[in-house]
Design a protein around this ligand. Structure first.
Ligand code: ZN
Length: 130
């Protein structure tokens, strides 16, 4: 990141040729990792996994899928947001008749020490639409 530049913009599109794109390094994130994901109909993670420290939030952007957590499975679809604790054993797949696009955000559990309301500062600056 250039000095004096307070943001990074990237454009990625996960698809059949690139199912998972981690963007943490691209954006220079320091508090979480984010991946942009896509599964073809009937396709999903080939393994079940857990984490040592990171909790994860899966945000279903498009399509329908099946979530596996600790031996149980449930359907998910666009608009669903699923938090998974680090030690939970998880996997995700697209339904046989649907693609699945989702974001996964992972962050060190209990690392957040403030929320937006406590951390946000309203500025006197005005954007073009204000
Ligand atoms: Zn994970």
């Amino acid at each position: 990141m250039k000095e004096g530049k307070n943001y990074e913009l990237c454009e990625v599109k996960a698809g059949p040729e690139n199912e998972k794109i981690f963007i943490g390094k691209t954006l220079g994130l320091t508090g979480c990792e984010v991946s942009v994901n896509y599964f073809k109909p009937g396709k999903g993670y080939g393994f079940v996994h857990s984490h040592k420290r990171n909790e994860e939030v899966y945000i279903i952007l498009k399509g329908k899928g099946v979530f596996y957590i600790d031996g149980k499975e449930f359907d998910v679809h666009e608009g669903n947001i699923i938090k998974v604790l680090p030690n939970a054993k998880r996997a995700l797949s697209a339904k046989a008749d649907s693609e699945l696009s989702f974001l996964c955000i992972q962050a060190d559990q209990n690392s957040l020490v403030q929320s937006t309301r406590e951390d946000g500062i309203i500025s006197e600056n005005k954007a073009s639409w204000m």
